[in-house]
Design a protein around this ligand. Sequence first.
Ligand code: AMP
Length: 411
Amino acid sequence: MTATASRVLVLNSGSSSVKYQLLDMHNTESKSGSAAGRLAVGLVERIGEETSRLAHTPLGTGGAKRETEGPIADHTAALKAVAAELAADGLGLDSPELAAIGHRVVHGGLKFSAPTVIDDEVLAEIERLVPVAPLHNPANITGIRTARALRPDLPQVAVFDTAFHTTMPEYAARYAIDVETADAHRIRRYGFHGTSHAYVSRKTAELLGKAPEDVNVIVLHLGNGASASAVAGGRCVDTSMGLTPLEGLVMGTRSGDIDPAVTFHLKRVAGMDEDEVDVLLNKKSGLIGLCGDNDMREIGRRIDEGDAQAKLAFDIYIHRLKKYIGAYSAVLGRVDAVAFTAGVGENAAPVRAAAIAGLEEMGMAVDASLNAVRGDEPRLISPEYARVAVAVVPTDEELEIAQQTYALVSA
Ligand code: AMP
């Protein structure tokens, strides 16, 4: 890396998609706006199909979004197409200003508790984790291999979704099942959305004008996937997702917590096989299973029209959230802040109001007019008298990945 290299390319490779952002790390600290330091953002979708699509926005030059459609055969072709778009803006991957590529990797198991420069051994370990993350790690590995082939000389860094949760004490991370079986198959609670929980808990401390070490925060990451975490003095002590991202809160399409006996029941009584149960719980449950919609905006509209099914789905979603707020209050002992983030948490004021309603005895309240304010900045929505700060803190996983990557390669 040259002394002037200050750019980081963040890659988030899914099974048929690649999301990317190119950031200039010399500019991200100076402004608080979410566009700070962002030179380009984009998305390649439907990789491997006839109708692949690349959408690229050169934010750095203020240029318009460019969209192209047509077959993109695989991740190698996708990354080459991304490189061509970046080069067209004078931001090519061959630029000496590119310091590193930061990869989002979903599962880092117990081995990776921090961002890690990728070498053959690290890549092999990420591959060994495929059995516990069969949906995610293979796509991440493909993204890493492709990027390494394009720029073999450049540091490539893996930033793990699980890393922030590796501080969970053993009694929070273990399931109460036979220890030998659990250890043989690496069955334990790993947690996900870690970069978001790390970023949001730190930003919440900043909002309160305190050091992360001095603050206990409950982070509610409510997107299409959703998870809660209890963060004590900057360290995660519990989180709602487990071996996989299926456990915990009610999500857009995932059930969250469920009696495991339901799965045997579905097999024995409903005659479903593993794959059908997997699809049912991951894709056809949660809000979409309960009411046919997984978008909170649509659910809100239906409730306003008096739709009882949408209202019940909302109530189930809120009930689960409240249970986690209560549980994590007990785990933390003292709560300084509850922070809402991600698509639902940042935008759905009725969800925030309902989740905190009735928790006055726990020191938590939401001010209706503050809660109605929209914006991209971290902000408080609790009244002055409330003992616990309730906040909306927009997450920025790409910035967090870029910062962790840059910190590692420029150290
Ligand atoms: P994420 O996974 O963080 O991108 O969140 C996506 C989800 O956020 C969507 O499925 C919606 O349920 C929710 N969402 C996004 N925008 C809004 C909004 N303006 N109001 C309510 N919910 C929203």
